[in-house]
Design a protein around this ligand. Structure first.
Ligand code: ADP
Ligand code: MG
Length: 257
């Protein structure tokens, strides 16, 4: 992350500002770069614009009436902000939400449906279902019950199913908005392991978290948001052990947030 443009730059924002209906500025002039194979954490108090920022990266704000996104969103060196096609963008830039949201059907069906929607030939589906469940570290737990209902799984398993569903489309960026906040510590640990194995495969993982320990455990880089601005970003260790900005220092020391 940050302005060190070494390594393989995957997705970057340049002076991105977001306005909701009524011209309320929710995000102000955010420039951040994310690299391949890195995990990046977005931290900051509630309401500071983390989700708004994440939604810029997969163009989801476009679907919010009255919402305007200014600036450039460079994905593989092309600006996708204004004109890129949503359907293809979503395939390459996956999103996992706070509440696991599997479709109301079987485990197998959840992934197969995503693949069919994207035109994957029938003959390939079975193999990709297995491969993505393996990548999401869920295969061993579900391989004997692929046709049972997804919502019978535990919360942590449902979240890994949602990750598998995203992975099936072969994204190279995965966005996660507080993916563990509905999960217990063991399930959280499993998701963190999964994040690390995705990054090891070259995927760029960007995770919003209110859990600073989580950022410390998994993130290579961390960016701190406050009142709609990106205040400071850098190597995670530096952000936590030697924060420059007083607001970040207060946040890290638990004085608010
Ligand atoms: N759909 C929306 N319409 C209007 N305002 C919104 C919408 N989503 C978020 N906001 C506002 O934008 C600001 C940032 O919110 P958000 O990005 O959700 O923060 P965070 O994820 O850091 O908690 C807040 O003031 C919030 O009320
Ligand atoms: Mg949020």
């Amino acid at each position: 992350m940050m302005n060190t443009s070494t390594g393989d730059e995957r997705i970057a924002t340049h002076h991105v500002s977001v306005y909701y209906q009524g011209n309320k500025e929710a995000l102000s002039d955010v420039s951040l770069t994310f690299h391949a194979g890195e995990i990046s954490a977005l931290i900051g108090p509630s309401g500071c614009g983390k989700s708004t920022f994440l939604r810029c990266l997969d163009l989801m704000n476009r679907e919010i009436t009255g919402c305007r996104v200014d600036g450039l969103i460079m994905y593989h060196d092309q600006d996708i902000n204004q004109h890129a096609d949503l359907f293809t963008t979503r395939q390459r830039i996956g999103m996992v939400f706070q509440q696991p949201n599997p479709f109301g059907m079987s485990i197998y069906g959840n992934i197969a449906l995503a693949l069919r929607r994207h035109g994957v030939p029938k003959a390939k589906i079975k193999g990709i279902v297995e491969e993505s469940l393996r990548s999401a570290a869920l295969w061993d737990e579900v391989k004997d019950k692929l046709h049972s209902h997804a919502r019978a799984l535990s919360g942590g398993q449902q979240q890994r199913l949602c990750i598998a569903r995203t992975l099936a489309l072969d994204p190279d960026v995965i966005l996660m908005d507080e993916p563990c906040s509905a999960l217990d510590p063991i399930a959280t640990h499993a998701i963190e392991d999964t994040m690390q194995s995705l990054a090891a495969r070259g995927i760029s993982v960007i995770v919003v978290t209110h859990n600073m320990q989580q950022a410390l455990r998994v993130a290579d880089t961390t960016a701190f948001f406050y009142l709609g601005e990106m205040i400071e970003s850098g190597k995670t260790e530096q952000i936590f052990s030697n924060p420059h900005d007083a607001r970040l220092r207060d946040y890290v020391e638990g004085r608010f947030g």
